[in-house]
Design a protein around this ligand. Sequence first.
Ligand SMILES: Nc1ncnc2c1ncn2[C@@H]1O[C@H](COP(=O)(O)OP(=O)(O)OP(=O)(O)O)[C@@H](O)[C@H]1O
Length: 687
Amino acid sequence: MTANWLATMKFNFTNEWLALSPKEAHQILAKIKQLTQDPTPDAKVKKQLKHLNPSLHRIRCGDYRIFYTFEHPYISLLALRRRKEDTYEEDIDAEFLGGYDASIAESKPGEASVRFPTQFPTTPADPLPEPITVELLINLRIASRYHAALLTLQTEQDLIDCQAVPSQVLEKLMEYLFPRPLREIMQDQPEMILQEVDDLMRFKEGELLGFLLRLSPEQEGYVNWAMNTNGPTLLKGDPGTGKSLIALYRVRVLLHHLRQQGQSDVRILFTTYTNALINLSDQLLKQLLGPDRDAVEVQTADRIAISLLARAGKVPAIIEHGEARYILNKAIETTHFNGDQAIERLSPDYLHQEIHQVIVARQLHTLEEYLVAARPGRKLGLNALQRRAVWCVYETYRDLLARQGKATWRQIRARAEECLVQGIVSERYDAVIVDEAQDLDPSALRLLVRLCVSPNRLFVTADANQSIYGSGFTWNDVHANLRFQGRTAILHTNYRSTREIGEAAQSYLAGGTLDTELVERSYINRGERPVLRVARSATDEVQTLAQLLSEAARACRLGMGACAIFCPTQKAGQVLAMALTRHGLPATFMSGQALDLERPGIKVMTLSSSKGLEFPVVALAGFLSSASYGYLPPTIVQEERSETFEQRRRTIFVGMTRAMRRLLVIIPAGTKSPLLTGFDKRYWNRE
Ligand SMILES: Nc1ncnc2c1ncn2[C@@H]1O[C@H](COP(=O)(O)OP(=O)(O)OP(=O)(O)O)[C@@H](O)[C@H]1O
């Protein structure tokens, strides 16, 4: 019997499915098969729950009821609940269903009407609704190394405070013990696709590790988009619109496409910006591709550059940022050039960026090239005398680095590309996917273009407004093959953050936008307005963080491991993590190189390391102890000032847009920093 309908499920359903005994699971599976033949109500076993929500239905199965909605061709499995003996059909726990919500019936498809809950019927000190047993933990597929710690937990507060278990594990258990109201499940949980109903059994038995997300029709379109064009494709979109997800699904489609064309030994390169994103992408690709995962290399552009240089026998020692700055200062002191005041207006930071962003990254080899070079995004105009002076400093700096056998990352990327151009090493991929391209150096982008067998096999995702290092560039100025005309698409729907968070972040960004194209934005989730608080002292800041983060975690029914704090500097992050831990809320500072997202407790990191990540609860703090981040010395000229502040504003924007459900920003009392203004009352709760 072939199914007429395709089943999808919510995270909540899979969790409840896992907890069933094998006998119950077989019964439920049979009912789901029956549903995929015909989900329409029969007034007996299948019933429409009109009084609660017109699209909500249930099917009875022994002691259980399966709740679902349907719209051809999909049936969405929402929840699986055991019927309490003392309840009649019509008054099924109002609390679990969330009551009738007229707004759901009236809301437009794709536009959210649900608010994340702020109140719960239980208090944190109440005993858990059912005891945690070994059987439950085994059924939920929770690793045995966590069992001992979990078996001792008696109350919800114990679960929230549990430090010995990663937040993802606690979340799974919380979701099972405190099922969300159906209303909320219907609206905010992603939909996963059940290709075959029997996959549920394979999942329960551990043969299948997970399910694929159901993409929106818009996203699905871009996964399959422009397969047979003659140039590269660019996918743009605001934060959280699913660019990375589409890039990953695109790999699967490309693989099939190339194989269908008769290619057997396909090799695809998938690059993203940070190591943390590499690990996340790798996990998802394993799930998406199964054994085909071996056809894909997942790497950062930097690791590729290093491996190419290694093959060419040319790997230099990589210089630390602080040491590079020291050498640059030495170069400024020792360089003699005409017109001593020529570069006086440039701060060492600006000069450092000029050398790396304009000269090294764009691979300018001669002064003549630099004299006529476009400097996209650089606000401070430089005349010929000034450019000559910059060039002199650059040459001294380059020679000093070479004498020490060291190189900066930008030099490494440029050299790797040169090795390919000169044929010192050769490497080709059948397709290259570049995720988060907005911060790649022009030289890194050129390298990736060269690694791709032809321009039409290049797929790029980017959001210029999340560019935290560069100040902007134009694609075809980077490489002649990077012409996206007619092959650029924009995503509109944010799946990560609530509308309130997304709009508050956009209103804060206002002055720092690089991509000024006006895009209509929509959101899947609704929630509370983000909170802005003022701290008078370091102690005040820690107390506010401790109180508001705990409240937010509980409101979202999550452990403290679901919270992240982003700080402007590493030092500020380290200090805050220590202070919070002393305050009784364990927190760990993690550098971008050593992110451990499974680690229990609050994760603290710099704003720039937060790129590409996401957390249910996010706080931006630490501005009090790194006051210089919000100010620039008075000697800095206006053009440099505005370029630097815009860049920092984008960095803060990136941090804000990592928040899924709750966002908190703490600023120092009485701050006059231009960076810490622009929190419009319409979007921010400033009480
Ligand atoms: N169709 C969908 N259904 C449910 N969840 C989705 C869908 N599309 C994306 N998401 C989720 O939204 C979040 C954001 O997706 P993703 O990271 O791909 O966005 P992005 O555009 O790359 O974001 P950013 O540019 O901010 O890094 C992820 O948790 C992803 O799983």
